[in-house]
Design a protein around this ligand. Structure first.
Ligand code: AHG
Ligand code: MN
Ligand code: MN
Length: 335
């Protein structure tokens, strides 16, 4: 019988043998994984659990909240409130940070999350997910404030996502490559199913919302036009296209078989740097993709080098197979 390694065993090994993570971080990741298990149960119940449809409210970004956005946010907050390892949390669904109350000494970490990514896919039974990012609380001399969260992505201690699809899979990096864990529903445990995930450097598959084409900037238009020209065009090969509209699902496909994902800045709203959020979408996905040998850029710089200026900051995102992302990045320098 093949030996099955659980998430707990993997993390203990990361802590003891590789010295990558302190015990507090291990416990924090376990709590997040447990919360994802609870969210997975709600997702699976669907109509039977009264979790579909709108919650009748809006988040700070003016987006209509779905019931599952709100439920997932509550599950993550509740699960992480008592462990002692966290100083505060921030989420797509909360205007400002949530400070973990009354603890001494104060927790050493900060947790950010997109509790439910791909909200438009909830009611149509298509893959959705949870994205999370862990930062160290750099200044331990005082209380915690929003400013503590404004750290560049390269300072993340851990990041990952859970995808609720045909399988429920947790994808994690603690800065030592990327590992995937599949939820064994009968046993209720996360089982290591892939280690050292590597994104192929080249690809023939792109992911972008083509309905925005008329609003794109010249470098993005040039790249996609060249892909669409296929074998007869300058790239000399045919390209395929996929767009799930859940970042978790599009990134998961790229981790599995390569590809490039773009949600670039466009002219619809020129003052908005992009649609996706830097701190709890682009940075955690960026950490995972880079740890799998991929590249992540906003067209001008490495996303994980960006110094954030606000909690819900948005960013233009180009990520995936190294050689393709490099090409789009280079096209941006040509203009
Ligand atoms: P969220 O559901 O957390 O708001 O994120 C949705 C994001 C992302 O998952 C996806 O890539 C993108 O929005 C899809 O946007 P379009 O509907 O504009 O294609
Ligand atoms: Mn999202
Ligand atoms: Mn979301």
């Amino acid at each position: 019988m093949t030996k099955r390694i659980s998430l707990t065993q993997y993390l203990v090994e990361q802590q003891r043998e590789h010295g990558h993570i302190p015990a507090q971080l291990r416990l924090l990741i376990e709590v997040v994984a447990r919360a994802c298990k609870r969210i997975a149960i709600s997702v699976n119940k669907g109509e039977l659990g009264d979790v579909l449809g709108s919650a009748g409210s809006e988040n700070v970004q003016g987006e209509v909240q779905k019931k599952l956005d709100v439920i997932s946010n509550e599950v993550l907050i509740e699960a992480n409130e008592w462990g002692g390892h966290l100083a505060a949390m921030a989420s797509e669904e909360m205007d400002s940070i949530h400070v973990v109350p009354n603890r001494y000494p104060q927790g050493e970490f900060l947790l950010l999350f997109d509790p439910l990514d791909g909200s438009s896919n909830i009611d149509v039974n298509v893959s959705i997910g949870t994205i999370f990012s862990v930062l160290r609380k750099v200044n331990n001399q005082r209380g915690v404030s929003e400013e503590d969260f404004l750290q560049p992505g390269k300072q993340q201690a851990a990041a990952g996502y859970c995808i609720y699809g045909p399988q429920t899979t947790l994808v994690l990096t603690v800065g030592d490559g990327v590992a995937m864990f599949t939820l064994d529903r009968e046993m209720g445990s996360w089982v290591l199913t892939q280690e050292n995930v590597q994104i192929p450097e080249d690809t023939k598959e792109f992911a972008i919302n083509m309905s925005n084409m008329r609003h794109w900037d010249a470098p993005v238009k040039r790249y996609i036009d060249e892909c669409l020209a296929g074998k007869e065009g300058p790239r000399g090969k045919d390209f395929n296209m996929r767009w799930v509209a859940s970042m978790v699902a599009d990134v998961h496909r790229i981790l599995t078989r390569g590809g490039i994902f773009m949600y670039p800045w466009d002219k619809r709203d020129p003052d908005k740097p992009g649609k996706l959020r830097l701190l709890y979408e682009a940075n955690p996905m960026g950490f995972v993709v880079e740890q799998a040998g991929g590249m992540v850029s906003n067209g001008r710089q490495r996303i994980m080098d960006i110094q954030p200026t606000k909690l819900h900051e948005r960013v233009s995102v180009i990520l995936g197979s190294k050689n393709e992302v490099q090409r789009v990045h280079d096209y941006h320098q040509d203009v």
